[in-house]
Design a protein around this ligand. Sequence first.
Ligand SMILES: NC(=O)C1=CN([C@@H]2O[C@H](COP(=O)(O)OP(=O)(O)OC[C@H]3O[C@@H](n4cnc5c(N)ncnc54)[C@H](OP(=O)(O)O)[C@@H]3O)[C@@H](O)[C@H]2O)C=CC1
Ligand SMILES: O=C(O)[C@@H]1CCC=N1
Length: 273
Amino acid sequence: MTNLAAIGPVMLVGAGQMGLAMAQGWLDAGLPPTNLVLVDPAPGEAAKALAEDYGLVIHGAASGLEPNVLVLAVKPQIIGPVMEGLAPVIGPQTLVLSIAAGISIARLTAGTGTGRVVRTMPNTPAQIGKGITGAVAGPDIEPKDRAAADALLAAAGQVAWFDREDDLDAVTAVSGSGPAYVFNLVEAMAAAGVAQGLAEHVAMQLARQTVIGAAALMEADPTPASVLRQNVTSPNGTTAAALEVLMGADGLAPLMERAVAAARRRSAELGQG
Ligand SMILES: NC(=O)C1=CN([C@@H]2O[C@H](COP(=O)(O)OP(=O)(O)OC[C@H]3O[C@@H](n4cnc5c(N)ncnc54)[C@H](OP(=O)(O)O)[C@@H]3O)[C@@H](O)[C@H]2O)C=CC1
Ligand SMILES: O=C(O)[C@@H]1CCC=N1
């Protein structure tokens, strides 16, 4: 694996939720803080705290800096003008990584003036090195670019490369947005516990630790999720009663299918600008 220290200066444009989660992953994996520059015209408290902790500089604009890797972590809605403003710092040495939902390689190439682009879709568990990122290489990506991109993305967790760019909208809908579905599951389980008479804080403790425990069990044990589910399900017991509802014709599977389809549609729409 490429040593992160060997990658050279990395410029993160957009020090928001996802950009900072990735930055934390890179720093934890050995990117020297002196090789990381943040660009954000109005950095929030979390960006300021990270900068303070690691001695990072936050620039209001990118002028004058020449990164080897430029990471676009702004909202898709403003990426056009942001790319225009970055023209002075993008040179032949610059590898561009975008994490913006829906923004195609064609738009990234046109906007940055380089085909050395990688379109990616990470997720927020990147912050603790447990994310998963989907990635598609642009037209002028060479093996050394791909290795550098892979090293940065791997610092945030697993990396899955795709040949078909279209797949990235589906990746966005499953794993990019996916952590929110799991957090919403915790909220729903806690609310259901309250409806059954539990105190709110106890219901939340039970729901949260159940999801944490189940995720940790999946990480420790490669047994398929369906078998882990069956291991909980005593014949004719309480879990079977609940799963009859959850796995029914109008249960979780069709609901999740609709939710993921909606996210995929939105990803495609964001790409239209
Ligand atoms: N959040 C997530 O889980 C994921 C997000 N993404 C993608 O990451 C990108 C960022 O999303 P997210 O982190 O959620 O959004 P945030 O709003 O948290 O982060 C975007 C950051 O960019 C800043 N910003 C605004 N204008 C500029 C500018 N001109 N130059 C530099 N920075 C600027 C924003 O500042 P201000 O708040 O002041 O506008 C904000 O701090 C999006 O494209 C999204 O699709 C991808 C995967 C997962
Ligand atoms: O909600 C969004 O649009 C971004 C992309 C994936 C997760 N968050």
